[in-house]
Design a binder for this molecule. Sequence first.
Ligand SMILES: *Cc1c(COP(=O)(O)O)cnc(C)c1O
Length: 375
Amino acid sequence: MGFSIETSDHLASENEIAAIHADPGFAVHASDHMASARWSNGEWTDLRIHPFEPIKLDPRAMALHYGQEIFEGLKAFAIDDGSVAMFRPEENAKRFVLSAERMAMAPLPVEVFIDACEELIRIDQRWIPTTPGSSFYLRPFMYASEPHIGVRAALEFSFSVIALPTAPFFSATFDAITVGVVDQYVRAAKGGTGEAKCAGNYAASLLAKQQVVAMGCAEVLWLDAKEHRYVEELSGMNLFFVEHRDGMNDRLVTPPLNGTILRGVTRESLLQLCATLGYETEEREITIDELETRTKSGEISEAFACGTAAVIAPIGRVKRRDQDEIVFGSGKPGETTTRLYDELVDIQKGRSELFPEWRHIVSGASMSAAESLTA
Ligand SMILES: *Cc1c(COP(=O)(O)O)cnc(C)c1O
């Protein structure tokens, strides 16, 4: 199955793209094209690369009423040798299949997902930023497009990928964030949709986010739905804690994937990277009380969140209503957190010998020699 290609007749000028590259923001400006495909009569058809444009949707489209929508987020990078690489797109493609299955949607073959991303990168390679830390953010998504009022799984779906140049999440300083616990709401219960990357999970998290923002926090730290004790993840990032052990390497602890936590590609990559760098890792349940006690005693010295957008976001503090703050170390990004961030970014940018297979080179895309010199 190949993609047909319709080139835009209103391409952005080199000057317009240069202005966007000078100040891209986070995924603000979409590139000239997008990829699309449709599922109908039991097959994927109409695979196209076409100009970026608004989506025409029947008002009865089932996604608008019953919420079948899933998405992915991954990045492509200008590599120092002039090539262009996506970071582990196979993992995102496989997760997209799992999300589709959970939401009773049509699974998109892994090859079609990757081809769509590659074709879009090739046609819009002028848009890939080269400044340090910047990337080309890819947002694949799928929604129920079938016009039908009445609750059941849809029979028609639309898939698209858009691409947006993106500044580094931490532009100047690698700052620690404060996260907040809410008592009233939960993100995901066992048997629910927590493991699927679906729009509904995010919609359900927004009110809690407003509450913690009012407490001076950047994100919600979600506890398990049943006992409200076990630390799970943030709304869009997984969690790690660093155990400091005298005379030994640090140990990295992350909550296990028990059905309510999203299977982050960054989380999984960090577990492998940590093992290679000589850190012990442990996937185990950790309660908010243990976190408080062992942070006070200094046994847990650092915490961070991880995900495609930020790669790693150091966590300085946890706030709870009417309870003491939990402060990790000095409340500033820790040494191990910073090292892991640097190591992972080096792998993504092709500056490390480790895990070369994590870079999926996009054939037919390259940065000009002049541009790669400035990277
Ligand atoms: C996307 C997401 C993550 C991070 O996953 P990555 O593959 O590392 O980007 C973590 N938690 C939730 C809830 C997410 O939606």
